[in-house]
Design a protein around this ligand. Structure first.
Ligand code: CTP
Length: 362
């Protein structure tokens, strides 16, 4: 997203967080965060029609020349309940207080909208130069463990590394996790991180024990390169092909579709021949099939995707009716027989199939 032109010379409007980081890195931003030192709802309504406002957080969305722009008031927060959403203690605090509630120094930079001046209370510019992720205080991961996954996301997206003390704080936290945390937020970060489809992210996630935030028991890195696999066999829910491998997913809340993907994958048993492979995988989401390949038998999955899934029988129920076979469970038996034969001999023609169907019927 590009920076939107806003005519203001109050000296109190700042781009803040990710957008400043991205601007200094010279990369495109995913979203634009603007903060007003004071009450944004009172001040920013003058930039255009107010689309939405949330007085509890001091935020307002305004239509600025056709763009929906979110303005936030500077705010101070406390993590009254560790691992959960913070409580806003003050709206309209100083810029410094607003910055100090944030996750990493590189995300705690502000840029004055009218002058372009960078305000850096925490050494974020230096860390950005050195590609280091540094928390602002020692309680940061205790307050919000999702920051561990956020750090992973930024490590992979920008090639950042954890600053040494921050790495220690992560290790301390992961050695003694408080499982009473907001898994809704954890899930959001997992989706954003693993939708990047990065084998490296998964290796770090496993090797540094971040997976224990979700699934406490030991988990070993599968031998398969998941990134390559997904590049060859694309799926909609990329993140689930990584996270679905964890043995304990009970803390995450899944949509119906996501739950089905996991349940289908877990229900697949041993597959001994082409017919069993076909019957087990036919109609399943590709995610479920990949999860099986990664955790159990990749060979079987490759055979299915590359060969078996392209084989289809041609005869239909209508054809069987024309053979004077009454619609009944017998139909399935006949289709299965024809399928078995066609998997062995994919060259079978429609006439061959009819001939076989007649034979089965007898
Ligand atoms: N933030 C934080 N702790 C979190 C989430 C967010 O301190 N758990 C702060 C950071 O300062 C971050 C800002 O809120 O920069 C905005 O959050 P978000 O939009 O999620 O992240 P961005 O840094 O903007 O990154 P992205 O490019 O992924 O949107």
């Amino acid at each position: 997203m590009d920076i939107i032109k806003i005519n203001d010379n109050s000296d109190k409007l700042y781009y803040i967080g990710g957008i400043v980081r991205d601007k200094l890195l010279g990369v495109r931003s995913l979203d634009v965060d603007i903060t007003y030192v004071g009450n944004a709802i009172d001040y920013c309504s003058k930039f255009g029609e107010v689309i939405q406002e949330n007085p509890d957080f001091g935020t307002v969305r305004v239509n600025v020349g056709g763009h929906a722009v979110d303005f936030a008031s500077t705010r101070a927060e406390v993590y009254a309940k560790k691992g959960h959403l913070p409580v806003v203690t003050k709206i309209g605090c100083s810029l410094k207080e607003d910055v100090m509630r944030r996750d990493f120094t590189v995300n705690a930079l502000a840029m004055n909208i009218s002058t372009g001046e960078i305000v850096d209370y925490v050494g974020g510019q230096e860390d950005l130069k050195n590609k280091l992720l540094r928390v602002l205080h020692d309680e940061s991961f205790i307050d919000d463990p999702t920051r561990i996954i956020r750090a992973l996301k930024f490590r992979v997206r920008f090639g950042f590394e954890l600053e040494e003390h921050t790495r220690h704080l992560q290790e301390y936290y992961l050695a003694d996790i408080n499982y009473d945390m907001s898994y809704k937020r954890v899930k959001k970060e997992l989706i954003e991180t693993f939708n990047l489809n990065s084998q490296r992210a998964f290796e770090i996630f496993v090797n540094e024990g971040m997976y224990r935030l979700v699934s406490p028991e030991n988990f070993e890195l599968p031998k398969v390169n998941i990134e390559q696999l997904i590049k060859k066999y694309p799926v909609n829910n990329v993140w689930l092909v990584y996270i679905g491998l964890l043995p304990d997913l009970s803390r995450l809340e899944f949509t119906k579709e996501e739950r089905k993907i996991i349940e289908d994958f877990r229900a697949i048993g041993d597959l001994k021949n082409d017919f069993e492979i076909y019957k087990a995988f036919d109609g399943l989401a590709a995610e479920s099939i990949l999860l099986y390949g990664i955790s159990k038998e990749l060979r079987v999955v490759l055979r299915y995707f590359d060969v078996l899934s392209h084989i289809k029988i041609s005869i239909t129920g209508e054809d069987l009716k024309h053979l004077d076979i009454e619609p009944s469970p017998e139909y399935q038996k006949i289709f299965d027989c024809v399928l078995k034969a066609k998997l062995e001999n994919p060259e079978m023609t429609f006439d061959d199939e009819i001939k076989l169907a007649k034979n089965v019927k007898k």
